[in-house]
Design a binder for this molecule. Structure first.
Ligand code: ACO
Length: 321
C-alpha cells in the first residue's frame, strides 16, 4: 500500500529566549502563576528580521538535511500558519524561494493550532493520490506579533518557532512505516472563543489574539479525547499500542487531562510546552523533532499526533516512525 513515510524532521527557534521571570518585569504576572497554570517556564520571541517565513525556511532546510535530500528532490510544500509574513503571497511560496525551489506547488493552510495536522493530512492525501512524490510540511508561527502584551491572560501563553517534516510516498507493507490514519474536524460555532479581532476583510488591521481560556480548555479536552479514539479505531489500534503521543503544546494541564482520559501514562507524552510555550501550528513538528533527535522516538515506534485550535479545529494522525 502507498503511505507517506517520514524521512526527516527539523525545527527552528528565534534567538531570544524570554523566561517567565523576565516577562514578569514587563507584564503583571509571576513565574509561579504561569508555571502552575500552564507548565510554561520560557518561550522564544522573534526579533526584527525573524519572521514566520525565515523560521519556516530554517526548519524546512533542517528537515531536508536530516533526510539527506535537497530542494531538488521536493515537489510540494504545504505550510501551516495563522501568522503569515504578509496577507499574500502565501508564506509557503516565499519559503520555496528561500530554499532555492521553483515551479512545484506551494501553499499555506490556516487552521491555527491544528494547522500542522491539516497541512500534513492534505500533503499525505496528495502524495497518496500521486499528485506529488515528496513534500515538505511546515508549521511556522510568530504569534508574538498578534499578542496583546497588555492582556496577561493570553500574552504569557505563546511563543514563536517552526517545525517541518519531509515525507515521501512509498509502497510499504501494512505494518510498515508511514501515516496510517488521520481525522480532521471543525466547528465554527465556537469561533468567538479563540480568535484575532482583525483581518483584511473586516477591520483592515492585523488585530490581536482574544481567548476565553476556561471554555477553550473544556472543549480542548473533550474534542481531543474523541478524535484520538476515532483515529485509534480507524487504525485498529488500542491506546496501549501507542509508543508516543506528540500533542499540540498548549498547556500541560490539557496534555495531562487528555492523556488521563485515554488511560495513557504521561511518560508516553512528549512535552515541550515548558521550553517553547504554545507555538500554535509549529508545536507538533517542533516537539516531534526534539523527541526524535534526543532518541525518544525511534524507527518503528507508533506515534500519535494531535492538536486543537481556534475555529474550533482539531485533528489527529497516527504514524509509524
Ligand atoms: N498572571 C497572573 N494572574 C493571572 C494571569 C497571569 N498571566 N492571567 C490571569 N490571571 C488571574 C486572573 O485575572 C484571575 O484573577 P481573579 O480570580 O482575581 O479574577 C485568576 O488569575 C484566574 O484566571 P482564570 O482565567 O480563571 O484562570 P484559569 O485557571 O482558567 O487559567 C488559562 C487560565 C491558563 C488560560 C486556562 O484557562 C487555560 O489553560 N486555558 C486553555 C487555553 C489555551 O491553552 N489556549 C491555547 C490556544 S487553544 C489550544 O491550543 C488548545
Amino acid at each position: 500500500m502507498i503511505r507517506s513515510v517520514l524521512l526527516g524532521t527539523g525545527s527552528a527557534l528565534p534567538k531570544a529566549c524570554v523566561s517567565n521571570e523576565e516577562l514578569a518585569t514587563r507584564v503583571d504576572t509571576s513565574d509561579e502563576w504561569i508555571r502552575e497554570r500552564t507548565g510554561i517556564t520560557q518561550r522564544y520571541i522573534a526579533a526584527e528580521g525573524e519572521t514566520t517565513g525565515s523560521l519556516g525556511a530554517a526548519a524546512a532546510q533542517a528537515a531536508l538535511d536530516d533526510a539527506g535530500l535537497t530542494i531538488e528532490d521536493i515537489d510540494l510544500i504545504v505550510l501551516a500558519t495563522a501568522t503569515p509574513d504578509n496577507t499574500f503571497p502565501a508564506t509557503a511560496t516565499q519559503v520555496q524561494m528561500r530554499l532555492g525551489g521553483k515551479g512545484f506547488p506551494a501553499f499555506d493552510v490556516g487552521a491555527v493550532c491544528s494547522g500542522f495536522l491539516y497541512a500534513l493530512t492534505t500533503a499525505d492525501a496528495m502524495l497518496r493520490s500521486g499528485m506529488a512524490k515528496r513534500a515538505i510540511v511546515i508549521g511556522a508561527e510568530t504569534f508574538s506579533r498578534i499578542l496583546d502584551w497588555e492582556d496577561r491572560t493570553t500574552c504569557v501563553l505563546f511563543g514563536d518557532g517552526a517545525g517541518a517534516f519531509v515525507i515521501e510516498a512509498q509502497d510499504v507493507a501494512e505494518d510498515g512505516a508511514g501515516i496510517i490514519a488521520s481525522r480532521l474536524h471543525a466547528d465554527g460555532e465556537h469561533g468567538e472563543m479563540l480568535y484575532v479581532d482583525g483581518g483584511p476583510s473586516t477591520t483592515g488591521e492585523v488585530g490581536k489574539l482574544r481567548m476565553k481560556g476556561r471554555e477553550v480548555f473544556r472543549h480542548a479536552v473533550a474534542n481531543l479525547s474523541s478524535v484520538l479514539k476515532e483515529v485509534l479505531e480507524e487504525a485498529g489500534q488500542a491506546p496501549g499500542d501507542v509508543d508516543w503521543v506528540v500533542p499540540h503544546q498548549a498547556n500541560l494541564r490539557i496534555l495531562d487531562a487528555t492523556a488521563r482520559k485515554l488511560g495513557l501514562p504521561m511518560e508516553k507524552v512528549v512535552v515541550t510546552v515548558d521550553q517553547h510555550a504554545n507555538t500554535s501550528a509549529a508545536s507538533v513538528p517542533l516537539a516531534y523533532d526534539v523527541a526524535r533527535k534526543d532518541g525518544r522516538i525511534k524507527k518503528g515506534d507508533l506515534v500519535m499526533l494531535e492538536a486543537m485550535g481556534g475555529g474550533f479545529t482539531w485533528g489527529a494522525s497516527l504514524l509509524r516512525a
